[in-house]
Every structure is written in C-alpha cells, then in structure tokens.
Design a protein around this ligand. Structure first.
Ligand SMILES: NC(=O)c1ccc[n+]([C@@H]2O[C@H](COP(=O)([O-])OP(=O)(O)OC[C@H]3O[C@@H](n4cnc5c(N)ncnc54)[C@H](OP(=O)(O)O)[C@@H]3O)[C@@H](O)[C@H]2O)c1
Length: 261
C-alpha cells in the first residue's frame, strides 16, 4: 500500500494507459480522480471501480474553467491533491507537414501542450497551498528525436520536458516537484488498433534494440516509482522508457561496413 491516503489526479485516466495507472494507484491504496471527454468511457470506469475511492469527470483538459471546477471538487472530496499525472493526449493525423490541417495542428497543441500546462497550474496551485505535491508529465519518445508525420504531436510533447524542468525550478521551494516520462511505443492505449496488425508489432519490435514493444505494466511501474517517496530526489528529469529505441539505428555503420567487405 505505497499510496495509502494519497490523492491522485490522472488526466485522461478513463481509458488506455491512464486507466491502467488509475488501477495501479487504487491497488496501492490511493484515491484517484480522472477525466475525459467520452461519457461511455467514464461510465465504464465508474462501473469497473465502483467499490473504490474514485471520482470521474466529463471535462476536457482544454476547458480551463472546467478543470478549475474539477480541482475544487477533488479538494472538496479529499482535501488535497498529492500527485498529478498529466496524461491526457491525442495524436495528430499522420500526414506530412505541408498537408497538416490547421485545425489538427491547433487541436494537438491545445490538448497536449496547453492542456498539460492548464492542469499543472490548476492542480499545482493547490499543491503549493499544501506545500507538497508531485507532477508527472507524460511526453513521448517521439518528442525527443522526431518522427515523420508527427510534427504537432512531437512539438507538443517536446515541450513537456521543458515545462517539467521549469516547474521544478519554480516550485521545488514550495515542496512541489516534477518529472516527465517519455514512453516509446507501448502495447496498449492509442496503439490498441495497430496491435492487431502483426506487421506493425514486428516493425516496431525490430526498431527497438530490446526487440519488442513495451508493456503497459512496465510503464505503470515507472509512473508509480516516480510518484513514490523513493524517487523524490529525481526532479525536473525526463525518463525515457522505450527499450533503447531513441537514437537507435537498425543497421549500424559497423554492420554496413562489415557487409560491404
Ligand atoms: N500508447 C503509447 O504507446 C504512448 C506512447 C507515448 C506516449 N503516450 C502518451 O500517453 C498518454 C496516454 O495515451 P494512451 O495510449 O493511453 O491513449 P488513449 O488510449 O487514446 O487514451 C487517452 C486518454 O486521454 C483522454 N483525452 C484525450 N483528449 C482529451 C481531452 N481533450 N480532455 C480530456 N481527456 C482527453 C482520453 O479520453 P477521451 O477520448 O474520452 O477524452 C483517454 O482517456 C498520451 O498523452 C499519449 O500521448 C502513449
């Protein structure tokens, strides 16, 4: 029960990776509040965890007033917010940048970047008042080295390590620290549809030195560790969890040269 009496907010915790994080925090004794846009997903979440200390809100992270209201309700219910997992996110339609629609660019930046800042500020203020808090921002490995077709996603996620460092500089004196996680391609969440295609799984596995995609459990374990007191001194840092994919070249220069001989 590592998180007994802890109050945790997970944006976009109604499904995918966020929901897996919610389950893990609940199993470790925490109270967990989530939000999302899809009412069916919220109802499913409420049904699945009906015997647990949960709150679920139909709130878009881009709706500042709505997020303020969510924070007030969480404080009203549990008195404090110990941990914020800034997890809500979307991927833009994968097209070359010259074909990217303005509305897709804007929406991706709004949700992934502005939404993450709004949540950090809104929940962070409550943490500052309480002189204690931990913020974990969920970026992406795509943010660190780019990927064709992902420009707004990479831009928005690329800003999160920067935001994490800024927040740690400003808020550590109030007892509020921040970390960021950059996951590679995990076997769950927004990849769910693609996972049914073996060719996709094979392709991504081969692009990873470790030879496979990451499991949701591996990501959740990292989130819980970084949220725990044991990780308190890790502050302002971005942890990549991608099996070594970042910067990895499938055919290294040495192999190419050796083949040519
Ligand atoms: N899966 C991966 O391999 C992977 C890799 C790297 C990074 N990530 C990041 O991990 C996070 C979770 O991704 P996932 O794979 O679990 O995706 P997912 O299954 O699509 O879940 C995304 C969650 O965010 C919520 N959400 C989306 N837009 C929102 C908005 N405007 N306001 C409030 N909630 C919103 C969704 O609920 P509604 O749709 O109902 O709003 C859902 O609960 C994302 O930030 C993603 O970029 C994922």
């Amino acid at each position: 029960m590592r998180f007994k009496r802890k109050s945790v907010v997970i944006t976009g915790g109604t499904k995918g990776l966020g929901k897996a994080m919610a389950k893990a925090f609940l199993d470790e004794g925490a109270s967990v509040a989530v939000n999302g846009r899809n009412k069916d997903a919220i109802a499913k979440f409420q049904e699945e965890f009906k015997d647990k200390p949960i709150l679920a809100f139909n709130t878009d992270v881009t709706d500042y007033e709505g997020m303020e209201d969510m924070a007030s309700r969480v404080i009203g219910a549990w008195g404090k917010i110990d941990i914020l997992i800034n997890n809500a996110g979307i991927v833009n339609p994968l097209v070359p940048s010259e074909k990217m629609k303005k509305e897709d660019f804007d929406r991706t930046i709004d949700v992934n970047l502005k939404g993450a800042f709004y949540a950090a500020q809104i929940f962070g203020r409550r943490m500052i008042e309480n002189k204690s808090g931990r913020i974990i921002n969920i970026a992406s490995q795509v943010a660190l080295f780019g990927e064709k077709g992902f420009l707004p996603y990479a831009l928005s996620k690329g800003a999160l390590p920067v935001m994490t460092r800024e927040l740690s500089y400003e808020w550590s004196k109030y007892g509020v620290t921040a970390c960021c996680i950059a996951p590679g391609f995990m076997k769950g969440g927004m990849n769910e549809g693609l996972l049914r295609k073996e060719i996709f799984v094979d392709y991504l596995s081969k692009r990873t030195p470790i030879g496979r995609m990451g499991s949701v459990d591996e990501l959740v374990a990292c989130v819980l560790f970084l949220s725990s007191p044991e990780a308190q001194y890790i502050n302002g840092e971005t942890i990549t969890i991608d099996g070594g994919m970042t910067g990895y070249t499938q055919e290294p220069l040495l192999d190419f040269i050796t083949k040519g001989k």
